[in-house]
Design a protein around this ligand. Structure first.
Ligand SMILES: [Zn+2]
Ligand SMILES: [Zn+2]
Length: 192
């Protein structure tokens, strides 16, 4: 049996039985315990199995399963549809951010990999194109997502009306990214 076949066999055995002793594996596969230890190392490194006393156990939470699909790509907060910022990449993958704060930061990081970005109008809850949206910062209305808070609006008219009522500054997409960046550098951030 080739080493790669043996490793796959070990993986399959652990998946099936959930717990195996090194001695058992050694006997079943007719190789030394040293060899079993060597075969297990990459599986342990990958987080597929966990080492226990004298054996190995199937890892209940492989690393890739620990991040739920509905967590923000930047801050890992759960996504709520109301504030979500969706980035569609050129390779057709979709990244979700919890709000326009994280969305704009991620959008800037991904830069030309972005095919399209969508966010929501804060008042109307309609889906809008993030690049042509208007953003409000420094408003007095706090809706408990990431700080400094960024709210998105479909039109400048709505953003202006909102600012009249609650204060703040209105920015188009590009300026919002720059302003957010400056505010983050200025240390106005709480949890990033
Ligand atoms: Zn976030
Ligand atoms: Zn957020």
């Amino acid at each position: 049996m080739l080493p790669i076949e043996r490793r796959n066999r070990i993986k399959a055995l652990i998946k099936e039985k959930e717990h195996m002793k090194i001695a058992e594996l050694s006997e079943l596969l007719d190789v030394s315990e040293m060899t079993i230890h060597r075969d297990l190392k990459p599986l342990i490194d990958e987080g597929v199995v966990m080492k226990t006393f004298g054996g190995v156990t199937l890892a209940k939470d492989p690393p890739q399963a620990q991040i739920p699909d509905n967590a923000c790509v930047i801050c890992r907060r759960p996504i709520s549809e109301r504030l979500a910022y969706r980035i569609i990449l050129k390779n057709n993958e979709i990244e979700m951010a919890c709000c326009s704060h994280c969305g704009l930061m991620r959008h800037q990081q991904l830069d030309d990999q972005v095919m399209q970005a969508l966010t929501h109008d804060f008042l109307k809850q309609t889906t809008i194109n993030a690049v042509s949206a208007w953003y409000v910062m420094d408003t007095s209305l706090v809706v408990a997502c990431c700080q400094p808070q960024v709210l998105s609006f479909e039109s400048k008219e709505y953003a202006d009306k909102f600012v009249k009522g609650f204060g703040g500054q209105v920015y188009p997409f590009n300026e919002a990214i720059i302003a957010l960046d400056e505010k983050m550098r200025g240390g106005g951030c709480c949890h990033h």
